[in-house]
Write a protein that binds this ligand. Structure first.
Ligand code: FE2
Ligand code: FE2
Length: 474
């Protein structure tokens, strides 16, 4: 599309968003006749008119955290997030997911449309109310689509892609770790390909892949854990500005971080009860065993030093306590500190053989961030939280209405990480709903100006006999 039309859609898209934001702000402050407003309208119209002329029509769409201009997903960085975020909120307040502009658009149509966006919604069905008023506005060539129409198909598609990547990676982990246990040669190239798949998915479709980590399967723990730790490590690395090659390196070490467990007795790894002291000593050996296994592994072009250190250091704390024990000072590598955070988060939220009760993900994160005794680098924990939100996807919550809800999507606005999108699964009496209802907790009730619902507490899905992934992954 970009090449065919000769337009740089990235550039044009960002300019359009800036112009829309400018017009919105100008109209907020000044009457329509004002020169600032007129200038903003000129600019907006010129940009839109150009796209419509070249492409046949222009559609600005918000899907999840992203803006699209026609088929191009606009790359926005954090610095312009505030700007575009406030335009996104103006649309979302009215339940609008897409704005489509058709040939014949006249400059006079923009002011009435943008002014309408500025009015606060007063109905709990904001899109319908907006469209009722919009029908009588002098606007002929702009059409709107509700949020729900725009979200669903894309979500479905990206979940399907994420599911494929996830399932494939778990299979590779299973094959490879199985080979290690049997003492067979490992196909390193296959693992590298799986890690590349994960990195690519994190870069294009992070939220969907994070959703997959809720598919924890008790029987497959060792394999899903390796893949989950790989995903969370790459998510953190990306937040730190790693490039693709660094993310591959990091992901590879993360996938292999517990490889040494394949040299520990199977009965210890899967023991349903508490471990004895002797068994603990053996389990702790998985760090050194991991280092040695990677040292001897064929198929790397260079010695995988970073990955060896990740296997060896991932249970060390930043004060160098933890295990294996240190006799002299050392610097933990950044890669090791990242995998330690990813590992603890996934392990802390999973049902494992030697840990019956997983804790709600928000508690695990809070403890990791706030309790220095845990020994994680707080900057890295915070980086993880910007991706997972305060209430990670899959957290089961009790709302202030006593309804039960599963967190479905993190709020992309860094100020609203505690107000995710949730799926309500049972009513205030505890009766399961036939069909779940999606609620955006970042939204305020127009009648009261207060949040539609708030989370009062998180809880354990097992207590309710619920598998959260059933509600998130079709
Ligand atoms: Fe480990
Ligand atoms: Fe682990």
């Amino acid at each position: 599309m970009q090449v065919a039309s000769g337009l740089n859609m990235q550039e044009e898209g960002r300019r359009i968003l800036t112009a829309l934001y400018g017009t919105l702000n100008a109209l907020k402050l000044y009457p329509v006749e004002n020169a600032t407003v007129q200038q903003a309208l000129d600019e907006l119209h010129a940009l839109m008119e150009k796209i419509v002329r070249v492409e046949g029509s222009a559609e600005i769409r918000i899907v999840g955290d992203f803006f699209f201009l026609n088929e191009t997903r606009l790359r926005l960085d954090l610095t312009n997030f505030a700007t575009f975020g406030s335009f996104a909120r103006a649309l979302q307040d009215h339940g609008i997911g897409a704005v489509e502009v058709f040939p014949g658009i006249d400059r006079s149509e923009w002011a009435p449309f943008v002014s309408m966006l500025l009015r606060k919604p007063t109905s709990d069905e904001p899109f319908g109310a907006f469209m009722d008023r919009f029908a009588s506005a002098p606007v002929e060539h702009i059409d709107l689509r509700p949020e729900r129409d725009v979200q669903e198909p894309e979500d479905h598609e990206s979940l399907t892609a994420a599911k494929r990547t996830y399932a494939q990676s778990v299979k590779v982990a299973k094959d490879v770790l199985g080979d290690v246990r049997l003492g067979k040669a490992v196909n390193v190239r296959k693992v590298k390909r799986a890690v590349q798949g994960i990195v690519d998915q994190v870069l294009s479709n992070e939220a969907s892949l994070i959703t997959m980590t809720t598919l924890r399967d008790f029987d497959e723990y060792t394999f899903t854990h390796s893949v989950n730790v790989c995903i969370f490590s790459v998510v953190i690395g990306q937040r730190l500005g790693f490039d693709k090659m660094q993310l591959y390196d990091l992901g590879l070490g993360a996938l292999f971080h517990d490889i040494g467990k394949q040299r520990v007795d199977y009965d210890i790894i899967n023991k349903p009860g508490r471990l004895t002291d002797e068994e603990w000593i053996q389990l702790k050996e998985h760090t050194t065993e991991g280092l040695l296994l990677l040292f001897r592994m064929h198929g790397f072009s260079d010695m995988p030093y970073r990955q060896m250190l990740m296997a060896y250091e991932h249970h060390m704390k930043i004060d160098l306590t933890g295990y294996p024990q240190n006799k002299r000072a050392r610097d933990l590598t950044l890669f090791s500190k990242i995998v330690a955070v990813a590992d603890a988060f996934d392990a802390g939220t999973s049902v494992r053989s030697y840990q019956y009760e997983p804790r709600p993900p928000d508690e695990v994160l809070k403890e990791m961030r706030d309790n220095p005794k845990r020994g994680f680098d707080p900057v890295l924990v915070k980086a993880l939280i910007t991706a997972t939100g305060v209430y990670p996807v899959g957290t089961l919550c009790i709302l202030d209405t006593h309804e039960l809800a599963v967190v479905a999507q993190v709020n992309p606005n860094p100020d609203l990480l505690h107000r995710p999108r949730v799926k309500v699964i049972s009513d205030s009496m505890g009766v399961p709903l036939g069909e779940t209802v999606t609620l955006d907790l970042a939204k305020d009730d127009p009648a009261t100006g207060r949040p539609v619902r708030t989370i009062i507490k998180t809880t354990d899905p097992q207590k309710y006999g619920i598998r959260v992934s059933d509600y998130l992954i079709a």
